[in-house]
Design a protein around this ligand. Structure first.
Ligand SMILES: C[S@@+](CC[C@H](N)C(=O)[O-])C[C@H]1O[C@@H](n2cnc3c(N)ncnc32)[C@H](O)[C@@H]1O
Length: 241
């Protein structure tokens, strides 16, 4: 996959690109990430890319021509152009999974008051990372890229992300590592039993229990199997006791 990121603050991405799993994915040629300084496409003196909004109002707006030029330069038939924006649909794991199969993403980071609305004719989708307003699209672009890149085949083990919270609709079961006991806090006995079937059943129930308690809204979106329905009823009745 190739990801082109259009920004006026490419330096934001340095640590992101040079650390941990993302760094390794780039080194292994599983993803190619290119940063494009919007100011290089400025039509004004001193590489200025913003101006005051027509009709009046506070703040500065990013101008349309630099975006027009850079998007047209980068775009091919394989491109999917995403504008990070608080006005977009809120990002989620299913969207990340879908985007991970795309060949080329172009991510547009706004700043200041945002971007001249004429850009909307050039984007395939507006994506928000949550219902709050940030100063710029750089952190949202990193969040989206991180969530997508880890799902590209070969970046991490598929078995690892398939069991992640939200990937199959449920939150993940609780996990523990050594030491077995510390200051009176113990790892559940069943996880040390070596009995695989019992561990699997326990994990499934804990996963459903966590989702029921922490994110009941997620359960409405899951097509429950008969077994999941049964476990959920069991949890509800345990809860009523
Ligand atoms: C201060 S915001 C502009 C908000 C704009 N004036 C509005 O009311 O819709 C500047 C830039 O930050 C980015 N941004 C802010 N909040 C975001 C969010 N929740 N998700 C994605 N991008 C966001 C966008 O790229 C946006 O163009």
């Amino acid at each position: 996959m190739k990801i082109d990121i259009i920004t006026i603050f490419p330096e934001f991405f340095q640590t992101f690109l040079e650390t941990s799993i993302i760094k390794r994915a780039i080194e292994q040629d599983l993803v190619e990430i290119h940063l494009h300084q919007l100011r290089d496409y400025s039509h004004q003196k001193h590489n200025k890319i913003d101006d005051t909004p027509y009709g009046g109002g506070v703040g500065m707006l990013m101008q349309f021509p630099p975006f027009y030029d850079v998007i047209n330069k980068l775009k091919t038939d394989d491109s999917y152009v995403i504008m990070l924006s608080p006005q977009g649909k809120v990002f989620h794991q299913k969207k990340a999974t879908k985007l991970a199969s795309f060949k080329h993403l172009i991510l547009i980071c706004g700043h200041y008051e945002g971007i001249d609305a004429r850009i909307e004719a050039f984007i395939d989708e507006e994506i928000s990372i949550g219902d709050y307003v940030l100063t710029g699209g750089e952190i949202p672009a990193m969040i989206l890229s991180d969530a997508v890149i880890r799902l590209i085949p070969g970046v991490i083990q598929e078995a690892s992300f398939m069991e992640d919270s939200l990937q199959n609709g449920w939150l993940k079961y609780p996990q523990y590592t050594k030491p077995e006991s510390y200051k009176g806090y113990h790892v559940p006995e069943i996880l040390r039993s070596g009995h695989h079937k019992n561990i699997e059943d326990w994990r499934q129930k804990e996963s459903i229990k966590r989702t029921y308690h922490k994110r009941p809204d997620l359960i409405k979106k899951i097509k429950l199997t008969d077994q999941e329905k049964m476990i959920l009823e069991e949890i509800k009745s345990e809860n009523e006791k």
